[in-house]
Write a protein that binds this ligand. Structure first.
Ligand code: BGC
Length: 450
């Protein structure tokens, strides 16, 4: 195994998915608090009102992380908990919560990696237009400046925005996520541009307010196509397809990453969107492309392509009976290998897998344990591919399993369990799954992956 000594081993969560305490201690409402109250918006009308009750159980959760052997914890600070109106007023009790959580983590030798935005937009800002407002990037930079100023004595790893693709695609186009809008592509692209500006202004706010040396990254979906075979022509087709933009969807990588690393939207994307491409004002791209320390990528699955007759990438359907998670997402471990290769070649930045994980249908066994060999195998197979990429020069610096805890899985409520730790959502009881022990043993070198 080629994992460097300083490789970061962690697990991840997001505030609305785990914290609960939705109406406590001065927290403002977020767009998910409101969306979940809309009948039928979420599976079985679940909500994150209580979720994993992490807000009250964080001490126990940090103990569990320590017991597993995690070295890092990727988490989001809840914007509406810290700034109930999104801007202006600061909620002292919200600040206190994160103060205590960071201290607890550091006491356990677990490094906090903080995501500034994992979809928990204050409702007050949604009412002012949300990401559709040209002011939104300034709101986000005010929030970022506040928390970085307050916590960068202890937190040195910051990520701006989690999965801009999903924020815009599901929040504003399909309506599956909060705020649940079904706008047209032109409006979605304009909001996407504001979101990219928010990313850039946050990068600047982190650097300007940091009390210590910090690392700043971004955590988009690491969307790629993988080659159906190892033939060079299929690899080339997959690489090409990985950075192409289909104007009927926002599932792609180049639209969301090229502006950040190259300071421009990809030409092929601009051509494909044509007259509905967003207006770029003078100076925007300078803000959006401020230098980053790492590219975080959330990687779960990918479709396969081959070179078609005319050399064009052609989708290759998965075989009947393919391996999948409870969402039906194909389990294809080499996706992390190819993603590493393609993103390294194109952007040449240190890479961190900010999310990778699986949901399986598990039951509590007669002995009271949760035995989840599918998840252990998933982790092992993906880490073997991360290792293969590192051996071939891909600068993977860390891996965060999604998720630490079973949690509120957005519009699917509590249907899918991604956690290393089982959560009983009635009682709050936690059960450390077998896969958590397995992952801990890998981290601590007790078992190899061969
Ligand atoms: C998101 C997580 C989510 C996970 C599984 C990612 O898209 O960042 O919040 O729970 O995938 O669906």
């Amino acid at each position: 195994m080629a994992f460097p000594k300083d490789f970061v081993w962690g697990a991840a969560t997001a505030s609305y998915q785990v914290e609960g305490a939705a109406f406590e201690d001065g927290k403002g409402q977020g767009i998910w608090d409101v969306f979940c109250k809309r009948p039928g918006a979420v599976w079985q009308n679940h909500s994150g009102d209580v979720a994993c009750d992490h807000y009250h159980r964080y001490v126990e959760d940090v103990e569990i992380m320590k017991k597993i052997g995690l070295k890092a914890y990727r988490m989001e600070m809840s914007w509406p908990r810290v700034m109930p109106d999104g801007v202006g007023n600061v909620n002292r009790k919200g600040i206190d919560f994160y103060d205590k959580l960071f201290d607890e983590l550091l006491k356990a030798d677990i490094e906090p990696w903080v995501t500034l935005y994992h979809w928990n937009l204050p409702q007050a800002l949604q009412e002012k237009g949300g990401w559709q407002s040209p002011e939104s990037s300034k709101w986000f930079s005010e929030y970022t400046a506040l928390v970085v100023n307050k916590f960068s004595d202890r937190v040195t790893k910051w990520m701006t925005i989690n999965e801009p693709q999903v924020i815009i695609m599901h929040g504003l186009l399909t309506g599956l996520h909060a705020p649940g809008f079904k706008l047209g592509m032109a409006e979605a692209l304009a909001a996407g541009h504001n979101l990219l500006l928010a990313h850039g202004r946050a990068v600047s706010a982190v650097r300007q307010n940091a009390k210590r040396e910090v690392s700043v990254g971004y955590a988009p979906v690491g969307w790629i196509r993988r080659p159906a075979t190892n033939d060079q022509c299929d690899i080339d087709a997959a690489r090409k397809a990985s950075f192409e933009i289909d104007p009927t969807t926002l599932w792609n990588s180049a639209w969301w990453m090229d502006p950040v690393f190259f300071g421009k939207y990809p030409d092929q994307g601009l051509e494909a969107f044509g007259s509905i491409a967003p207006r770029v004002s003078a100076g925007d791209m300078e803000i959006i492309s401020l230098p980053l320390d790492f590219l975080g990528v959330n990687i779960y699955t990918a479709s396969a392509v081959k070179a078609g007759e005319d050399g064009k990438p052609e989708l290759v359907p998965y075989k009947v009976g393919y391996q999948m998670n409870t969402y039906d997402w194909p389990v294809v471990p080499d996706v992390v290998y190819w993603a590493g290769k393609f993103f390294h070649e194109r952007y040449n930045k240190p890479l961190v897998i900010t999310e990778n994980g699986t949901a399986v249908a598990e039951i509590i066994a007669r002995d009271g344990g949760v035995h989840d060999p599918q998840r252990s195998e998933f982790i092992a197979k993906h880490l073997i591919e991360v290792d293969r990429a590192i051996q071939e020069g891909v600068p993977y610096k860390g891996y965060f399993y999604w998720s630490l805890l079973d949690n509120f899985e957005w519009n699917c409520g509590y249907k899918h369990r991604f956690g290393l730790v089982y959560v009983d959502f009635e009682t709050g009881e936690r059960i450390v799954k077998d896969s958590a022990v397995f992952y801990g043993d890998v981290i601590n070198g007790k078992i190899g992956l061969g």
